[in-house]
Structures are given as structure tokens and as C-alpha cells.
Write a protein that binds this ligand. Sequence first.
Ligand code: ATP
Ligand code: MG
Length: 337
Amino acid sequence: MQTSTAQVRQDPSRYRVLTGDRPTGPLHLGHYFGTLQNRVELQQLGVELFLVIPDYQALTDRDTADRPAELAEEIVLDYLAAGVDPEHATIFTHSAVPALNQLLLPFLSLVSVAELHRNPTVKDEIAHSRQSSVSGLMLTYPVHQAADILFCKANLVPVGQDQLPHLETARTIARRFNDRYGAAVFPTPEALLSAAPMLLGTDGGKMSKSRGNAITLGADEDRTARLIRGAKTDTERRIGYDPEQRPEVSNLVLLAALCEGRSPQEVAEEVGDGGSAALKRRATEAVNEYFRPIRTRRAELAADRSHLRAVLRAGNERANAEADATLAEVREVMGMR
Ligand code: ATP
Ligand code: MG
């Protein structure tokens, strides 16, 4: 069920990728090195990209979506600044594509309640949820994700380990739908497993857009310096790369290394006995240097809101055309013409 990057390279035009980001905050360096950079590479290889901004899914773990339209525009900005080409990628929001959401109904009929309860990632999210009770949307969002993937018949989904159970749900739904209605409507999507390391935030936890511990793509150089200066480290003077024993120090080493295109061991060796202060200066400089062109482009794009909206409008139109066609096919095979 997994496809490797090497396989994609052999025949990029065979693949259509669906991925995206909830509009719960601006994207950060973890997103960039974890997924964004890879999406741009896939696009450059000639893989077709569908990028969903799942605004309805912002509601899985909170009561109301905070400024969903505004945050969706910020994400479009991050995509374009990172190098996504809207001429070749379809960027759209959930809420603007009704036929996609309608697929949820037949799809829900294909999974059992027990299966929904068994999803380990959903269990974990429920355990960490700040909400007083678990909503039906939380329990069923992997089915909604299946609709995101299958409405455009994507056959490749870039995922981290934690997303594998969701992809399994999408694969199950695709197979069951085809079996039940005796028609090959949906492909069985494959995982493109990310090899990217997880970046930690300034508090030592996973860098996350909703935890206030992130360095965002759009942060300016002074803010980046301040955030890195305030990042948690340890008191050992000699800098080393040991993610198990010294996660916070190793995270800054890794960040500098990713930006400089060097190995973390080399960077640690060079900072040597400089201690945390020298490491932080090195990481700050590396981040600001690497992201300077991306941030400049982001600032230019941010000045033209009408362009951003036009990009989303065009993406929504393309996504609607796909979703309408798929829903028509689904209704046809279900005898609901
Ligand atoms: P939210 O707070 O809304 O859950 P988040 O910042 O935790 O947002 P996700 O939406 O959970 O981000 O992450 C989407 C994808 O981005 C992940 O599957 C992963 O590939 C990548 N990603 C997110 N955070 C990191 C990180 N800290 N390091 C590496 N990759 C990351
Ligand atoms: Mg998250």
C-alpha cells in the first residue's frame, strides 16, 4: 500500500496527489520541512496536486472555527510562497465544494461504528482533546478525509506514520464501494510515507500551529531570532546531535542543518563548545538566510489579496467540476439518477 519516491520519479504523470492543511493557523517550519518542500518537489516532477484547506475539519477538536476564511487565505499565501504553482495545483476549501461533502453519506454507510472507534490516531486525539465531549465529526473525520481523497480520485497521499490509519479507512471505503456497487469507480489510494523528521517547537513539544510554540513561515527575522532565543535547551556546554537524550538541543541542530543543507552531525561538531547561545545564533542565521526569498515572496503576495482570492476561486471551480462528475458517477451506480 506504499509507494516510494523512486517509483513516483519513474512515472510522475501516473499520480494524482491529495493533501492539505486545516485552516487552524499559519504554517510553520515543521510543515515546510515535513511536507511543503516535498509537495513542491512532486509538482516539479510533474505530479498533479490537489491541496484541500479542510475548513469543516477545523471543527473536529474545537467548538467553532476561528476566522476560517482569513486563515485559509494565509495558508494559500504559505503555499504560493513555498513554491506551489496554482496553474498546476488545485487549491480549494471544503466548504466551497458541496458535492465532495455529499460523498460522506454513502461513505459513512460503508464503515462500522466499531471500526470508527478502533482508529488509533482518532483515539489519541480524543484523549488529548480540550473539548468536554467527543463530537460525531471527530469520530468520523477519517471518512470525511476519504471523501477528500476520493472525490478527485487521487491515488497517492503523502502521510506521516500517524496518518496511516486514516489512509487505510480511505482504501477500505474505495474497495467496499466498488465491491458493493460492482463498478470500478474509485482507485485504492497509496501512501507516500514521509521520511521527514519531526521538528519541535520552542517549548520542546511537537511544533504545532495550535500550541503557540511555532516559528511560522511568515515570521520576520527579528521575531525568528526572539523565538529561537527563547527556545528550551539544556545546560551542557558541548553541543551534540542526540535526539533521544537531548531532544531540544538536537532540534536546533537539525533546524540549522536542514536550512544549510548539511548533516546535523557536521553542524553540531562546528558549534562544538559554543553552548546553547552559539547554537541559537547559528540556527537563527540559518533559518533567516534560508527563508529570506520565501518570506520576501510571501510579503509581495500578501499585498494583493484579490490575487489570493482569485487563486482560491479558480481552485474551487476546478474542485467542483471534479466533485460534480464523481458524485454523478456515484449516484449512477447507486441507482439514484
Ligand atoms: P493543528 O494544530 O491544526 O493540528 P499542526 O501544526 O499540528 O496543526 P497538522 O495539521 O497536524 O499540523 O500537520 C499536518 C502535517 O504537517 C503532518 O502530517 C506532518 O506531515 C506535517 N507537520 C506538522 N507539524 C510538523 C512538525 N512539527 N514537524 C514535521 N512535520 C510536521
Ligand atoms: Mg495536529
